[in-house]
Ligand binder design. Structure first.
Ligand code: IMP
Ligand code: MG
Length: 199
C-alpha cells in the first residue's frame, strides 16, 4: 500500500501522522499527484542544468516549506552545487502577508560572486520572495534567480520575477510536499487542497 493510499483511506476517526493522532473529516483533495510533481521537478532540474551549464550553483532553500522541493530538485540538477538553508519568519497581524520578514537562520558561508538560486515553496503575495531577493542582492552574488514550485498570482501584492515555476494555481490554500497548515501536512507526498472548513 502506498503512502498516498494510506492518506486517502482515512478511517472515520482520523489517521496517524507519526506519533501524533490527527483527526480530520477528509484528506486534502489532490491538486497535483506525486507523479505529476516528480515529472515537473525533473523538467525544472533539466532546464536549470542546461541554463547553468559549465557553472556551479548555490541552491538556497527557504525553510520550512522549501525543504521537500529542494531535496528533490537538487537530485535532478546535474551540476556541482551546494545547498544552503535560509530560515525566515514573517511578522504582523496577518502572518502570510505582513511583508515584514526576519531571517531566523542565515547562510553558513558568503555568497558573493556566486550563482544563487533561491528555492521557494510558493510565491503568494510575493512579499517574502521580494524581501529575500533584495537582501540577497545586497550580498553581491554573481547571479540571482528565483525558482518557485507554486505560483499563486491572484493574491500578488509585490511583483517578483520568477525564473523557474513548477505550477501556477488558483487562489486556494494548498498543503503537502513541504507546505503546511498550522505546521501539519508537510509530509503529504502530493499537493492537496484543504477542505474548506480547515483552509
Ligand atoms: P508570500 O505571501 O508570497 O510572502 O508567501 C509567504 C509564505 O506563505 C510562503 O512561503 C508559504 O510558506 C506561505 N503560503 C502562502 N500560500 C500558501 C498555501 O496555499 N499553503 C501553504 N502555505 C502558503
Ligand atoms: Mg514558505
Amino acid at each position: 500500500m502506498s503512502t498516498r493510499d494510506r492518506v486517502d483511506r482515512v478511517p472515520a476517526d482520523g489517521y496517524h501522522v507519526g506519533l501524533e493522532r490527527c483527526v480530520m473529516a477528509e484528506a486534502p483533495k489532490t491538486l497535483f499527484s506525486s507523479e505529476q510533481i516528480r515529472r515537473r521537478v525533473a523538467e525544472l532540474g533539466a532546464q536549470i542544468s542546461h541554463d547553468y551549464a559549465g557553472r556551479s550553483l548555490v541552491l538556497l532553500c527557504v525553510l520550512k516549506g522549501g525543504f521537500v522541493f529542494t531535496a528533490d530538485l537538487a537530485r535532478h540538477i546535474e551540476l556541482p552545487l551546494r545547498v544552503e538553508f535560509l530560515g525566515v519568519q514573517s511578522y504582523g497581524m496577518e502572518t502570510r502577508s505582513s511583508g515584514v520578514v526576519q531571517i531566523t537562520q542565515d547562510l553558513t558561508s558568503p555568497v558573493d560572486g556566486q550563482d544563487l538560486l533561491l528555492v521557494e515553496d510558493i510565491v503568494d503575495t510575493g512579499l517574502t520572495s521580494h524581501f529575500l531577493l533584495e537582501t540577497l542582492a545586497a550580498r553581491k552574488p554573481r547571479s540571482l534567480r528565483l525558482c518557485a514550485l507554486l505560483h499563486k498570482p491572484a493574491r500578488r501584492q509585490q511583483e517578483v520575477p520568477i525564473d523557474y515555476t513548477g505550477f501556477s494555481i488558483e487562489d486556494v490554500f494548498v498543503v503537502g510536499y513541504g507546505l503546511d497548515h498550522a505546521q501539519r501536512y508537510r509530509n503529504l507526498p502530493y499537493i492537496g487542497v484543504l477542505p474548506a472548513e480547515l483552509g
